[in-house]
Design a protein around this ligand. Structure first.
Ligand code: BG6
Length: 481
């Protein structure tokens, strides 16, 4: 693995992501001694802050977002000493020399975390280059949104590629930093029992649900320009699909894993109009609290979707004829990220004559808020069976929270920031993956435009529009709820 960087530069250092995720994550790495004692962290953003004011800002963020049991005054004080700040208007190259001066000697390696408005990508890269901050010992982490279609993502990727080699570019999809998402690979490739069935012979269909109860969360402009398809499906859900559908990589390394994922993404079949549902939340109630409709939250009428359901197909030998049902939405019934694999029924029911009914096995992989893997199998109800055999579904449960009760649950950015600093790109998204993702998403949006497909309304607190139920029921399949 390449050497760890000795300096970290955070763009957008006074933004929401920094406050809620990045600073608390960096503190956790500091507290656990996972980053070198001499790693300096420089924040930059437009605001005119002094080093002292930035430390104050970070200290407030930690007070607000660190769990109580992680707050250690001495360690917080030593963490804050690592921080410094340089104001910068990234739209012009002028301030970048001062930024380089503030960073000082970067011969020990520099990692940059760039989370910025899309229009600032190009000027920022230009500025970094002009100030000598793009050499071989620099790597750059890019936070989404990286464009909003294939063409605009190419513009950003080309701009970055003009200054950095692909091996230095770390595109972030925070789902890949989640422990349970990495566990998908362990489940599939560290166990013998699933893989022989993991194909069209053994599996009837796959469901991936990422439902949220939150609404706009103050991100009005961004969300309304983006919508659920581009906010969630283009990245997180397609990465989950790729991890479920990919062939076994030869090794757990960046090239092997990403080579296999990209093959899946390139095999996605274009979605037909009848295989897609767009939705937008209306008013309703979440956990007993009344909530407003999307238009009311936004303050104007909009045709942006806050819900999408799709029937996807991976056109290769392994997955021929196996639908992947995807759905995601805001203001839904509950917060849940889950993958359900429904296996085929046994070929012959030997209990039929005695009244025994069979259901197909299911593997439920709950990523959040709980973390578990549950295999639903058939079992006979205890009894003398004078009136026939009763078979019931029972769960074989592996609760990851209990099995690894002593291991601290880390947030995704802790892992991703550490991998960026250490230079391990395995859990980052390669350019060819992003482009394959966009190609598929753009084709869906073209259908929406051609068909003038308006979002269907669903009540907040529900599981989405009724058309999403019809999407699966048509094939005799129910969503796992
Ligand atoms: C982000 C989206 O990428 O993921 C948000 O922009 C969404 O709209 C979030 O809420 C969900 O992430 P998580 O980790 O809470 O499932």
């Amino acid at each position: 693995m390449p050497l760890s960087s000795s300096a970290l530069l955070l763009f957008g250092a006074t933004g929401d992501l920094a406050r809620r995720m990045l600073l608390p994550s960096l503190y956790a790495l500091h507290e656990d001694g996972l980053i070198a004692a001499d790693l300096r962290i420089t924040g930059t953003a437009r605001s005119e802050l002094s080093d002292e004011a930035f430390r104050e800002f970070a200290s407030e963020a930690l007070a607000e977002y660190l769990p109580e049991d992680r707050k250690d005054d001495t360690k917080i004080a030593s963490f804050l000493e690592r921080l410094q700040y340089q104001p910068l208007d990234a739209s012009t190259v002028e301030g970048f020399d001062d930024l380089a001066a503030k960073l000082g000697d970067i011969s020990g390696g520099l990692s940059i975390f760039l989370s910025t408005a899309p229009f600032l990508f190009e000027p920022t890269i230009k500025g970094l280059r002009s100030a000598g901050l793009t050499g071989d010992n620099v790597r750059i982490g890019l936070e989404k949104p990286l464009g909003n279609d294939l063409a605009s993502s190419r513009v950003i990727n080309d701009a970055v590629a003009g200054a950095f080699d692909e091996s230095q570019i770390f595109r972030i999809d925070h789902y890949l930093g989640k422990e349970t998402v990495q566990n998908l690979m362990a489940l599939r490739f560290a166990n013998m029992m699933f893989e022989p069935l993991w194909n069209a012979n053994g599996i009837e269909h796959v469901q991936i649900t990422v439902s949220e109860t939150v609404g706009l969360e103050g991100r009005h402009g961004f969300y309304d320009d983006t919508g659920a398809l581009r906010d969630m499906v283009q990245n997180h859900m397609l990465q989950l699909l790729a991890l479920i559908a990919m062939e076994a990589p030869a090794d757990f390394d960046a090239t092997s894993v990403r080579d296999e994922k990209v093959k899946v993404l390139r095999s996605l079949r274009a979605v037909k109009p009848e295989e897609m549902v767009r939705g937008q939340y209306g008013s309703g109630a979440i956990a007993g609290e009344a909530v407003k409709s999307y238009d009311d939250d936004l303050g104007e009428a909009s045709d942006t979707e806050t819900f999408v359901a799709l029937k996807a197909h991976v056109d290769n030998w392994r997955w021929q004829g196996v639908p992947f049902y995807l759905r995601t939405g805001k203001r839904m019934h509950e917060r849940r990220s889950e993958i359900v694999i429904r296996f085929k029924c046994v070929p012959h029911n030997i209990f039929a004559e005695r009244g025994g009914k069979l259901a197909a096995n299911r593997l439920v992989i709950r990523l959040q808020p709980e973390e578990y893997v549950r295999l639903i199998v058939m079992a006979k109800e205890p009894g003398m069976d004078r009136d026939g055999v009763t078979l019931r579904e029972v769960p074989l449960d592996l609760s990851l929270t209990q099995a690894f009760a002593k291991a601290r649950r880390r947030i995704a950015y802790e892992r991703l920031l550490l991998d960026l600093i250490d230079g391990d790109p395995t859990l980052f998204v390669r350019r060819d993956e992003v482009e394959a993702q966009w190609r598929w998403i753009d084709a869906i949006r073209e259908v929406w435009a051609q068909e003038e497909m308006e979002p269907k309304h669903y009540g907040s607190g529900s599981w989405g529009p009724s058309a999403a139920v019809a999407l699966t029921e048509r094939n005799g399949v129910s969503w796992h709820e």
